[in-house]
Design a protein around this ligand. Structure first.
Ligand code: UDP
Ligand code: MG
Length: 325
């Protein structure tokens, strides 16, 4: 059995002022009886609704709050990356600010960690609050991702999980700018255990992810973790070339045997349009990878910190000065 000398929670927040009071009350109710020193790393991801001011106020009541304010909205993955980089705990648990990751599960996650699992996933047994479309599109995405990518991700686990310091270190050391966290967790590996829960409704406010954002998120995931689409396209190209060769030979033979006949406008148009479409699609596919290479070679950091207030309770020997990536 291992014990934690410090537990870190990491919470990315974008316009979550309404949830915060309830969030910290519930967190304190769960965490205080555990008798483990803890810090709550809150990353304000460019909120415009007073999240930062509310956090600064709440820090008077909860000295465990470590506040990080990003210079603008960088997206949840970047906010989470910032939080993980600054978490000092022996075990780190990221969770959403809207209480969809119930704090009451934390003791169970910690228990499995102390028994030796370096990663303990909180697995959604069911997600009744999500729409039919969201559930099914998510299912289809994870199925496709796991088919295409050598890195496997759990279809029913999000960011809510307990991770040993070593796992967090591994993640923080990954150099990429575009960070599809679920893929990165899968890539990192480590012995993993699971705990199940039913995902509740959002405590307040509305989701920050519309379908367009989710679509782009899915593209990021697939193109950052798989080169299978490129390879598939090699086979599509080969097959088309083979078919073209066969049809060309047949046309040649027909012309030689039966002589020249002019009609053929339809077949000509069809093949020109089909090949044109195929080539544009291929170009688009390659551009997905090219765009990603472009983003990565610039080596811009995934986030910029504008302001920071360290937790008053974190033991001073644990506070390290992190350079900005
Ligand atoms: N979030 C963030 N930056 C963003 C969007 C979301 O930090 O650009 C945070 C948000 O405040 C919440 C978590 O990410 O704590 C999950 O977001 P949300 O609840 O909107 O996602 P959903 O549960 O609907 O998938
Ligand atoms: Mg949510």
């Amino acid at each position: 059995m291992r014990t934690a000398s410090l537990l870190s929670l990491v919470i990315p927040m974008h316009n979550e002022a309404e949830s915060l009071g309830q969030l910290f009350t519930r967190l304190a109710t769960v965490l205080e009886p555990l008798k483990i020193p803890y810090e709550i790393v809150c990353v304000d991801d460019g909120s415009r609704d007073g999240t930062w001011d509310t956090l600064s106020l709440l820090r008077r009541t909860y000295p465990q709050l470590h506040l990080i304010r990003l210079s603008r909205n960088f997206g949840k993955e970047a906010a989470l990356t910032a939080g993980l980089a600054h978490a000092e705990g022996d075990v780190v648990i990221p969770l959403d600010a809207d209480l969809q990751d119930p704090p009451e599960l934390i003791p169970e996650l910690l228990q499995k960690w102390s028994e030796g699992a370096d990663v303990v996933l909180a697995v959604r047994k069911s997600r009744p609050q999500d729409t039919w479309l969201k559930r099914h599109s998510a299912e289809a995405f994870y199925h496709l991702f796991n088919k295409l990518s050598p890195t496997k991700i759990h279809p029913n686990a999000g960011d809510f999980r307990a991770m040993d310091k070593a796992v967090v270190q591994t993640l923080s050391n990954l150099p990429e700018t575009v960070r599809f966290m679920k893929g990165l967790y899968g890539w990192a590996g480590y012995p993993t255990a699971q705990v199940e829960y039913v995902r509740p409704e959002r405590a307040a406010g509305t989701t920050k992810f519309n379908y367009w954002k989710l679509w782009n998120f899915a593209l990021d995931g697939i193109f950052s973790f798989s080169t299978t689409p490129l390879r598939v396209w090699m086979y599509v190209g080969l097959t088309t070339a083979f078919l073209a060769l066969a049809y060309g030979s047949w046309l040649l033979l027909r012309t030689l045997v039966w002589g020249i006949d002019l009609p053929g406008y339809a077949s000509l148009m069809v093949s020109v349009l089909f090949m044109g479409g195929l080539q544009l699609f291929t170009l688009g596919l390659m551009a997905e990878y090219l765009g990603r290479i472009f983003q990565e070679v610039k080596r811009r950091p995934p986030y910029v910190i504008a302001q920071q207030q360290v937790a008053k309770t974190t033991p001073s020997h644990k506070i390290s000065q992190k350079p900005q990536r």
